[in-house]
Write a protein that binds this ligand. Structure first.
Ligand code: ADP
Ligand code: ZN
Length: 738
C-alpha cells in the first residue's frame, strides 16, 4: 500500500492562519503563544471580536496583520486534527461551488459540541424508597410519578430526558422525584463506541457475474489508490451484495467505508441487511438524528471507531480518520444535489473526495446518470455490469397504456386495462402498487362559477388540496391554509372543483372500485418519520396491504416478494417543464418504480398510463432499451453542447420587489462577460418567477468543458454591487430548473 500522506507538518512559525466555520472571506491570522504546539488541522479556540470560536489551523499565516495586533490562540481542543485530505477537499468544494471555505468547513463542523471534551452524562436510578413507594399506603404518588417509577424499576440508569420521554412526563417531574428521594443521580460514561462490524462472516454464495464484480472491487479496495467504478446492474441483480464485499475488504484492511444514500429514511431494508451480514449496524448520519447521537457519531468517525457510515449527502463532510472506500448508491438520484446553503452535488463531490483521499469510489445504479454513463463509455470510469436479476426473478413486462384510446371515466384516473389488471392481481392474492408522483388530493382547485384558481400568495404555483391533513398547501414554500368557505374572487359558495389526481384521490378511487382491498398510502407527508415508514414497509411485507399507493418515496429499493403489478398513473408527469434532464429523470424514476414488480418468483407486470406512447422514454421503457435511450439522449445533449458535454451554471437574482430584481438583472446583463467558450442566456423570469415571496430572474451560463467557468463568473459577479435586499445565488451544474 502506498504511504499515505502524513497528517500535516508542524507549522513551526509563531503565527498561523485559522479558518472559522463562518461565511468569512478566508482564514484569519492568530498568534501561537509560547509553549503551545499546533499543527495544521488542529481544532483551536480563538477570539473573534468579543466571541470565542472554534476553528481549524489552516496553515502558515497570511501576514495580514501587524504582530502587535495579533490575538493569541486560546487553546487547542482534544480532537484528532482534520486531515490534509479533508482540508483540501473543503477548499476544492468552496472553489468549485463558488462559496467561501468557511461555509464548507461549517458542514464538517456541523456538531460544534462534538469538539468539546466528552462530558459524563447524568443518569437516574430508582432508590429503595422509590421501589417501596408504589405499594406504600402513605405515599401519595401522582400518575406521572408512578409511571416514572415503573420505567425506572425496569432498567438501569437513564438520562432525565429518556426517563421523561418513556414515562410521558416533563423532566421537571424527574428533578422533583430526586428531591423527594425516589430517584438518585449517577454518572454515566460518555457514549460507547459502536460495536465493530465483522468482516469475517462470508456473504451468500455469489453468482459468477456478481463474483467477478465483487472481486474486482475488493481488489481495488485492497490496493488502495483512486479509481471510479460504475456498478451498473438491473434492479435486483445483487448490487448491494457486491458492494458489501467491497466494504468487507475495507474493514479487513482496518479502514473506514462511507456509503451515501439518497434517503436514509427509506433504507430500513438495507440497514437490516447490513446488520445481518456484518453482525452490527453501521453508523448512521442524516438530519433526523438526535443531537446526542450526531455528537457521538461525529466523534466516533473522527477517532476511527465508527467503521462504516451510512449517510445522506452531508456525511461526505465527516472527518474520517482513515477513509478507505466510498460507495454512492442510487448515484443517479437527484436528491444528492443540495439546493440550499452551499449548493453542491454529493455524487460529484464524492468523486473529488475519493480522489483527494486516494481511495476507490463505487457509483451504483440500475439507471446510471448520463454523466456517469458517458464517463464509463469514454473509459474515464471503470464499469462492472450485472445483467440479470438474482435467482429466478425476471424483469417485469412493461406495457404502455395509450390514454387517448383507453380513457378513464369522468373524474376517474385509472384506465380500463389498469382496473382490470388490478382486479386480477387482487383476485390472485397478490399485491399491487399505484404510482403517482403527486402528494395530496388534487393539484388544482378552481371555482366552477368564475374559473378562479387557488394560487399560492408567495409562489408562482397552484395550491394543492390535502384532504387528510385538511386544507390547501403550497408544495414549494409550505404555506398552508384552510379551504375557503367561498370563492375569494366571486364569493360563490360550494363552487370549488378538484382538478386532477393526487395520491389521496387515487386511494379514494381504488377504495370505491375495490372495497375489499386493504389500501395504504405512502407519501412523504402521510408518513411521519422513519419509524412510520418502517412500520408500513413491514405491513406490506407481511401482506397486510393489498394496494400500496404512493409517490416517489415508494420507488426506492424496497423488495416486496408478493408485489406483481405496478400501475404508473401518469407516466408523463415529469416530462413537462424546461428541465434539461426531464426525459432522463422520468426514465430513471419509472424504471425504478417498474423494478418493484416481480422481484421474487412471481412474474411482474407494469402498466404505464401515458398520452404520449410514442415518446422515446415510453418506448425505451416498454422495449427495455435503456442503453438505446441513453445513447439517443447523449447524442442530443452533445449536439446542443449541454451537460455532460458542456457545462452549465445558473445565476439567480432575487428580491422581494419585482422591479429591484429586474433592475439588478439588467445591470448584470449589461456587464455580461464575453469569454471564449462561454455563452450567457437571459435574464428571464425563472420558471417559478416568484418563490417564497421573492421575485426571481435567471441567467443560464453555458460553457465549453475547457472554459474557465468559475473564474469568469467570479469576475462578473464582482463587478455588480448589490443593493440591499437583492440576492444572487450561483448554482454550478444546476439540477433544478424551477
Ligand atoms: P440490487 O441492489 O441490485 O437491487 P440486491 O442486492 O438488493 O439487488 O439483491 C436483490 C435480492 O436478491 C435481495 O433480496 C438479495 O438478498 C438477493 N440476492 C442477491 N444476490 C444474492 C446471492 N448471491 N445470494 C442470495 N441472495 C442474493
Ligand atoms: Zn408557495
Amino acid at each position: 500500500m502506498p504511504e499515505r500522506p502524513a497528517n500535516a507538518e508542524p507549522v513551526s512559525v509563531d503565527r498561523v492562519s485559522v479558518l472559522l466555520p463562518l461565511p468569512l472571506a478566508g482564514a484569519y491570522d492568530y498568534r501561537v503563544t509560547n509553549g503551545m504546539r499546533v499543527t495544521a488541522g488542529d481544532f483551536v479556540r480563538v477570539p473573534l471580536g468579543r466571541r470565542r470560536l472554534v476553528g481549524v489551523v489552516w496553515g502558515p499565516d497570511r501576514a495580514s496583520i501587524a504582530d502587535a495586533k495579533l490575538k493569541p490562540i486560546i487553546e487547542t481542543l482534544p480532537v484528532p486534527p482534520l486531515h490534509d485530505e479533508l482540508r483540501r477537499f473543503i477548499e476544492w468544494v468552496a472553489g468549485y461551488t463558488m462559496t467561501v471555505p468557511g461555509a464548507v468547513l461549517r458542514m464538517t463542523m456541523s456538531v460544534p459540541d462534538a469538539l468539546e471534551p466528552p462530558r459524563a452524562i447524568t443518569g437516574y436510578i430508582i432508590t429503595d424508597a422509590g421501589r417501596a413507594a408504589p405499594n406504600s399506603t402513605d405515599s401519595h404518588l401522582t400518575p406521572q410519578r408512578r409511571r416514572v417509577l415503573a420505567v425506572a424499576a425496569e432498567g438501569g440508569a437513564a438520562s432525565a430526558g429518556v426517563l421523561a420521554h418513556r414515562a410521558a412526563c416533563g423532566s421537571g417531574v424527574i428533578k422533583a422525584m430526586v428531591a423527594a428521594g425516589l430517584l438518585q443521580s449517577v454518572e454515566l460514561p460518555a457514549a460507547l463506541p459502536p460495536p465493530p462490524p465483522d468482516w469475517h462472516a462470508a456473504g451468500p454464495p455469489l453468482s459468477s457475474a456478481q463474483d467477478v464484480a465483487a472481486t474486482d472491487l475488493a481488489t481495488k479496495v485492497r490496493c488502495g489508490g483512486f479509481s471510479v467504478t460504475l456498478l451498473d446492474g438491473v434492479t435486483g441483480s445483487g448490487k448491494t451484495e457486491v458492494y458489501f464485499a467491497a466494504i468487507a475488504a475495507a474493514l479487513e484492511r482496518g479502514r473506514q467505508a462511507l456509503v451515501l444514500l439518497p434517503e436514509i429514511a427509506l433504507s430500513t431494508q438495507l440497514l437490516k441487511r447490513f446488520s445481518d451480514r456484518f453482525g452490527a449496524p453501521p453508523a448512521l448520519w442524516h438530519s433526523d438524528l438526535g443531537h446526542a447521537q450526531r455528537r457521538a457519531t461525529w466523534r466516533h468517525v473522527a477517532e476511527g471507531q465508527a467503521r462504516v457510515v451510512v449517510g445522506a449527502r452531508s456525511a461526505l463532510f465527516l472527518p474520517f480518520s482513515d477513509l478507505g472506500l466510498i460507495v454512492v448508491d442510487e448515484e443517479h438520484d437527484a436528491s444528492f444535489k443540495q439546493e440550499e446553503g452551499v449548493i453542491y452535488h454529493a455524487r460529484d463531490m464524492a468523486v473529488v473526495r475519493a480522489s483527494l483521499a486516494h481511495v476507490p469510489i463505487v457509483l451504483v445504479s440500475a439507471t446510471p446518470s448520463l454523466e456517469s454513463a458517458v464517463n464509463a463509455q469514454s473509459g474515464r470510469y471503470n464499469r462492472l455490469h450485472l445483467p440479470v436479476r438474482h435467482g429466478t426473478a425476471r424483469l417485469p413486462e412493461i406495457r404502455v397504456v395509450d390514454m387517448r384510446k383507453q380513457r378513464p371515466e369522468r373524474q376517474r384516473f385509472l384506465s380500463p386495462p389498469l382496473v382490470q389488471a388490478l382486479g386480477e392481481t387482487l383476485a390472485g392474492g397478490e399485491q399491487a402498487m399505484l404510482f403517482l408522483n403527486r402528494r395530496g388530493y388534487a393539484p388544482l382547485t378552481l371555482c366552477r362559477e368564475c374559473g378562479h384558481r387557488m394560487q399560492c400568495p408567495n409562489c408562482t404555483a397552484w395550491l394543492v388540496e390535502h384532504r387528510r391533513a385538511g386544507g390547501l398547501q403550497c408544495h414549494h414554500c409550505g404555506c398552508a391554509m384552510p379551504m375557503p368557505a367561498a370563492c375569494p374572487n366571486c364569493g360563490a359558495v360550494g363552487s370549488f372543483a378538484a382538478c386532477g389526481p393526487g395520491v389521496e384521490r387515487l386511494a379514494e378511487e381504488t377504495a370505491q372500485r375495490f372495497p375489499e382491498a386493504r389500501i395504504a398510502l405512502m407519501a412523504s407527508d402521510t408518513l411521519t418519520g422513519p419509524r412510520a415508514m418502517a412500520e408500513l414497509l413491514e405491513r406490506v411485507e407481511r401482506h397486510e396491504v393489498d394496494v400500496l399507493i404512493g409517490t416517489q418515496v415508494m420507488a426506492k429499493g424496497h423488495h416486496f416478494p408478493m408485489l406483481t403489478l405496478v400501475g404508473v398513473v401518469d407516466a408523463d408527469l415529469g416530462l413537462s417543464g424546461g428541465d434539461l434532464r426531464a426525459a432522463e429523470r422520468t426514465f430513471q424514476l419509472l424504471h425504478q418504480v417498474a423494478g418493484r414488480a416481480g422481484r421474487a418468483a412471481r412474474p411482474g407486470l407494469v402498466l404505464l398510463q401515458t398520452y404520449m406512447p410514442e415518446h422515446p422514454v415510453m418506448r425505451a421503457l416498454a422495449s427495455d432499451d435503456r442503453d438505446g435511450f441513453l445513447a439517443a439522449e447523449a447524442q442530443s445533449r452533445r449536439e446542443g453542447n449541454w451537460p455532460p458535454f458542456g457545462r452549465l451554471a445558473a445565476v439567480i437574482v432575487s428580491a422581494s420587489d419585482a422591479d429591484a430584481a429586474d433592475r439588478v438583472a439588467r445591470t448584470f446583463a449589461r456587464h455580461a462577460p464575453r469569454a471564449d467558450g462561454i455563452e450567457i442566456l437571459g435574464p428571464a423570469p425563472a420558471p417559478l418567477a416568484m418563490l417564497r415571496g421573492r421575485h426571481r430572474r435567471r441567467f443560464l451560463v453555458k460553457a465549453r468543458r475547457d472554459a474557465p467557468l468559475q473564474t469568469v463568473l467570479r469576475t462578473w459577479l464582482d463587478v455588480v454591487k448589490l443593493p440591499s435586499g437583492v440576492r444572487v445565488q450561483v448554482d454550478i451544474d444546476p439540477y433544478s430548473f424551477i
